[in-house]
Design a protein around this ligand. Sequence first.
Ligand SMILES: [Zn+2]
Length: 478
Amino acid sequence: MWWIIVPFAAAAFLAVLLLRAAAFRPPSEIKPEPDTVEADGSRAVESLAAMVRCRTVSRQDHDAEDADEFENFRDLLRRRYPAIHNSCILDHVGRNGLLYKWPGKRADAPSVFMAHYDVVPADPATWSKPPFDGILENGVLWGRGTLDTKGTLAGILEAAEQLIGQGFVPENDIYLAFSGEEEIAGDSASEIVSALEARGVVPALVLDEGGAVVEGVFPGVTAPCALIGTGEKGQSAIYMEMESSGGHASAPPSHSIAGLLAAAAVRIESRPFPFRLTPPAAEMFDTLGRHSTFGMRLIFANLWLFRGVLDRICRKSGGELNALVRTTVAVTEMWGSSANNVLPPRAGIGLNVRLMGGDTSGAAVERLRRISGNPDIAFRKGVSSEPSAFSVTGDDDAWLRLKDAVSRTWPEAIVSPYLMIAGSDSRHYCRISRNVYRFSAMALSGEERALIHANDERIPVEKLLKCVQFYIRLLQSC
Ligand SMILES: [Zn+2]
């Protein structure tokens, strides 16, 4: 009998997999009616150019910062946005933090719009155009911060200034929260959260930098995707160190401490943290997977069976796909002897660990210690931030309002949650809100994303205009 039953069962099993893949299609969604939003694009460009001209470069060594440039920036906001400064209450929080409260009709469901006005340094010698002149050429505005994040900061303020000028009063209070030390992981954002917490503010929506409208980032999906970060990974600097009596390199032991550390690093690289599907990645696979090719849908619709296959694909590909599904470890630093003919008296390796929600920096150290296989290695934990909580999606009101504003602005894009693998200031807000989202309101190509923190950062002006329109739509719904 088996020779009948086995082929029959195999065929039935295959049919189930195929049927599930065939049914794994996007839900029929009612797309929002296309609307038009008027915004003054040339004014926004002038504002952003003026912001770029303030050299608000933040530095770990605060004395090396030019405090006047930061003051000039805040002064520029006062001059450029009179309606906001008349209608909103401005508090200076911490060293450089700005917190505007735009009173709404009610205080029940406040929103927070975040950005930062400090930038990373830019060396004019390596740029094609001066990085702090705000040059507009052929419809492109050049300058440090145009993408990260003076662009969205200008977008928020232009939208608010226009709406206030038109007499718009939001249903709920709106806070505009701008840090001046995001790039150096300063305390402004966390101090602003503490200030809000002290006032009993529980935001219904927090929006910070993060994902964008991007293309070609998900296997088999050709349509643009608007990726909204609903969680972010933590990170931890972890050091492995050993000591020896040193000595002359002419009579070495069979293994020096540098060699032992290197062997431990290879063991750590070859035993990655386990594959884990957290809600942001699971929701991303469930949303974007439905738009993918039949082959990919076969995998994503049957993850109960193909988890191992997906794990292998991710491990093999490395990079961003792999970073979505596990805590990653990058071997980044090595130090040892100061001379070629001297055995190192001390040696060490620095690991940059990006923690997946559910893992902690403490547990990561223990796992790495175990995997290193060498009890003589001392493990030390440096600067660490734990992974963020996951924000709500589904039919949550704030999520739907955000999705709607995105869909109206980029109707061609598939809106999807995702896990941010870099860090943002918004993680501090998880203390006071379940609705923390990370989305930089721009459609950015791979080349444009690569300009962030790099030479020749610049923004096409039509992208800035769309950014303003997006914030107008979202502010109107708050
Ligand atoms: Zn940055």
